[in-house]
Design a protein. Structure first.
Length: 223
């Protein structure tokens, strides 16, 4: 379960400026739910995802994920939490262009110091599942957008996370690839994963497997 209590995040780019990204956010996401965060650019969607993943800390309020107070974790422990619980799919993939497909997918396993055979087995599993194994030795910079997203999805799932977070995942995809990605989310939900997607892509609205849509505007939940 994910619980956000009275969550506010204020950025201070300099001593003269304060930007309130979100304010007084209260939200609960149950295990196995799929929730959409809907809203225009700048509405606070990405900030909420970042706080849930422990990538940033709130100005006030608390984030509780699987009974852990994420907002109070030191950075090292927050990193361990992400490795264990979170699969993050970024808008621009966040792949390393001069590494191969398999090298990119293996990156989340590096801190775990797994045995080579165990890491190879996990790599083979996700590459096969997301149909990217035939590109395993290709440099990521040479892949199409759809192929890069499959790499990003495979990387996000190599640790078998309980929670999948996707930030504007179809922003750089055409309609066919976007629909394919939506099918992938449906499959992940069928596996019992909790899924939170931030998007303003109308293809996501009214999906039969989406449990709730939360609309944000100017950093606040409006519906």
């Amino acid at each position: 379960m994910i619980v956000l209590n009275d969550l506010t995040k204020i950025y201070t780019p300099n001593k003269y400026t304060q930007i309130t990204a979100i304010q007084n956010i209260n939200l609960q996401v149950n295990q196995g739910e799929m929730v959409l965060l809907k809203g225009a650019s700048g509405s606070g969607k990405s900030t909420i995802l970042s706080l849930i993943a422990g990538l940033s800390k709130p100005t006030s309020g608390e984030v509780i994920v699987h009974d852990q107070h994420i907002s109070k974790l030191p950075d090292d422990f927050a990193s361990t939490f992400r490795q264990t619980y979170i699969g993050f799919i970024f808008q621009k993939y966040n792949l390393i262009p001069n590494l191969t497909v398999q090298e990119n997918i293996l990156l989340p396993l590096v801190p775990q110091n797994l045995e080579t055979n165990e890491a190879k087995a996990l790599l083979h599993e996700v590459m096969t599942h997301f149909k990217i194994e035939h590109k395993k030795d290709e440099m990521v910079k040479n892949l199409s957008g759809g192929e890069q997203q499959r790499v990003a999805i495979a990387r996000s799932q190599i640790n078998h996370p309980k929670i999948v977070i996707a930030d504007e995942p179809t922003a750089n995809l055409d309609k066919a690839l976007s629909l394919h990605f939506i099918d992938t989310l449906k499959e992940l939900k069928s596996q019992g994963k909790t899924i939170i997607v931030a998007t303003h892509d109308p293809l996501f609205f009214n999906l039969d497997f989406c449990d709730r849509t939360i609309e944000l505007s100017n950093g606040e939940i409006i519906s």
